[in-house]
Ligand binder design. Structure first.
Ligand SMILES: *Cc1c(COP(=O)(O)O)cnc(C)c1O
Length: 393
C-alpha cells in the first residue's frame, strides 16, 4: 500500500484535479514544474536558508516532563508554535512563494477563512516584495479584525467576498475566478493539503520538514528515529501531513489524526469529516466531504477557526480509508479545557486547533516506555479572545 501520491495525483481513491477547463493551463503549468523546481539545488538552498533564518527552524522537540509524569509515558511536543507568525503555515507559504518566483509570477493571490493563511501569505509577499491580494468572506472580515489589520500592515490588499455565506468557500470561489482571469502573471498560494493535484503533494512536501526534524531530534534524545505515536490535529491537514510524512511507511509508528467534533459528532454542529463525510469533490479534489444526501456541502462547525473545514485533504481521506491512521474527534469543550491544562502544566498557551491534539491523552492508554510526539501546530495568541469569552477570564 502506498500512502504517497501517484503520477495521476491520487492517494488511493482520493485526490486528482477536478477543475474547470479555464483553470487547466494554470494548474498544468504548476504540475509540470513543481517537482523540477523544488529539486533544484538553488531552490533547496534558498528554502532551507529562509526556514532557518526567517522562520526560526529547526523548531525544538520539547520533552514535556510534567505532562509525561502525569500520563506515565514519554510526551514530546514539536514546537511549530515557535515559528515566525505563530504556526506551521509559514513553512508552506515560503515554499510556494519561491515556486511562484521561479515560474516568473509577480502577483500572488490567496484565500483565507480565519486569516491565518492570509497573514502567512502576506508575510512572505512582503519578504519578497510581491503584490498580494487576499480574498476573505465579508463575515470573516468582521469576525477576524486583528488578522485583517495584520495583512494590511504587511502590505496586502484584503478583498471581501460577498456572495453565498460570505465565508471561506466564497473567498475560494473569488480567488479561483481571479486566477482564471489572470493566468499569466498570477500565482495562487493554497494554505493546506487541499485543492487540485499537485497542491496537496506540494504542500505536504513543504511541511514534511516537521517530521524530518522529529526524526533527527528523536535520534539525539531517544537513540531512535521513530516515535511509537505521532499525533496532529487535522483541518485541511497540512500540519498533520508534515508531522506524519516521514513516518507513513514506518509500520511501527501509530499515526493519530485528530478532528474537531465541535459540539459533538452527532450534534449537527461538527467538523469531524472522517466520521461524517462521504466521498465528494471540493476545491478540485475528490475526498471525504460533509454533505447532505443530495450532495450539498454541509456547513462545518468548530470553535477553532482552523479546523472549521467541511473536507480533509485527499492524503488524509486515504489514511482514514486504508486505516493507516487512527482518527479521533474531540469536542470544543475537551479542546478548550486542554488550552488551560497545557498552559498551567507546561507554561505553553496553545492554539485551540493544537489543543485538540492533546485531548487524545485522555482517550488512549500509553505505556511508560512509549514515545508520543504531539505536533503543537500553533500558539494561542490569536485565540485569546475566544479563551476570554469561553472561560470569562
Ligand atoms: C490553520 C491551522 C490549523 C489547521 O490547518 P491544517 O492544514 O490542518 O494544519 C491547525 N493549527 C493551527 C495553529 C492553524 O493555524
Amino acid at each position: 500500500m502506498s500512502y504517497h501520491v501517484d503520477e495521476k495525483g491520487f492517494y488511493g481513491n482520493f485526490g486528482g484535479a477536478y477543475i474547470p477547463e479555464m483553470l487547466y493551463p494554470n494548474v498544468e503549468e504548476l504540475r509540470q514544474n513543481y517537482l523540477k523546481i523544488t529539486a533544484e539545488p538553488s531552490f533547496k538552498k534558498e528554502f532551507m536558508s529562509l526556514l532557518v533564518d526567517y522562520v526560526g527552524r529547526p523548531t525544538p522537540l520539547y520533552f514535556a516532563e510534567r505532562l509525561s509524569k502525569e500520563y506515565n509515558t514519554k510526551i514530546y511536543l514539536k514546537r511549530e508554535d515557535l515559528c515566525h507568525t505563530g504556526a506551521h503555515k509559514v513553512n508552506n507559504t515560503i515554499g510556494q512563494i519561491l515556486v511562484a518566483k521561479k515560474l516568473g509570477k509577480t502577483r500572488i493571490i490567496a484565500e483565507t477563512g480565519a486569516g491565518q493563511h492570509g497573514v502567512a501569505t502576506a508575510t512572505v509577499c512582503a519578504l519578497m516584495g510581491l503584490e498580494c491580494i487576499v480574498y476573505m468572506g465579508e463575515v470573516d472580515i468582521k469576525r477576524q479584525a486583528p488578522n485583517v489589520a495584520r495583512m494590511k500592515m504587511l502590505g496586502a490588499e484584503v478583498r471581501p467576498a460577498s456572495s453565498g455565506s460570505k465565508t471561506l468557500k466564497d473567498a475560494t470561489n473569488e480567488a479561483i475566478r481571479d486566477w482564471i482571469n489572470n493566468p499569466e502573471n498570477t500565482y495562487y498560494i493554497i494554505g493546506s493539503v487541499v485543492g487540485p493535484h499537485p497542491y496537496p503533494d506540494m504542500v505536504a512536501r513543504f511541511q514534511a520538514i516537521i517530521s524530518e526534524e522529529i526524526k533527527q531530534q528523536l535520534q539525539e534524545k531517544e537513540g531512535r528515529e521513530n516515535p511509537d505515536y505521532v499525533v496532529a490535529c487535522v483541518g485541511g491537514g497540512s500540519n498533520a501531513a508534515g508531522a506524519f510524512y516521514h513516518f507513513l511507511d514506518e509500520k511501527d509508528v501509530t499515526i493519530i489524526a485528530v478532528e474537531a467534533a465541535g459540539l459533538g459528532v452527532d450534534s449537527g454542529e461538527s467538523a469531524a469529516t472522517s466520521a461524517l463525510g462521504k466521498i465528494g469533490i471540493i476545491h478540485g479534489s475528490k475526498t471525504l466531504l460533509m454533505q447532505s444526501p443530495d450532495g450539498q456541502i454541509t456547513e462545518p462547525y468548530s470553535i477553532s477557526a482552523g479546523l472549521d473545514y467541511p473536507g480533509v485533504g485527499p492524503m488524509h481521506a486515504h489514511l482514514f480509508e486504508s486505516k493507516r491512521a487512527e482518527f479521533i474527534s474531540i469536542t470544543d469543550a475537551e479542546a478548550m479545557d486542554w488550552g488551560i491544562k497545557l498552559s498551567k502544566t507546561e507554561g505553553i498557551i496553545p492554539a485551540i486547533e493544537s489543543a485538540h491534539a492533546f485531548a487524545i491523552l485522555d482517550k488512549k492508554q500509553f505505556k511508560p516506555t512509549d514515545v508520543v510526539v504531539i505536533n503543537l501546530s500553533g500558539r494561542g495568541d490569536k485565540d485569546l479572545n475566544t479563551y476570554i469569552d469561553y472561560f470569562k477570564l
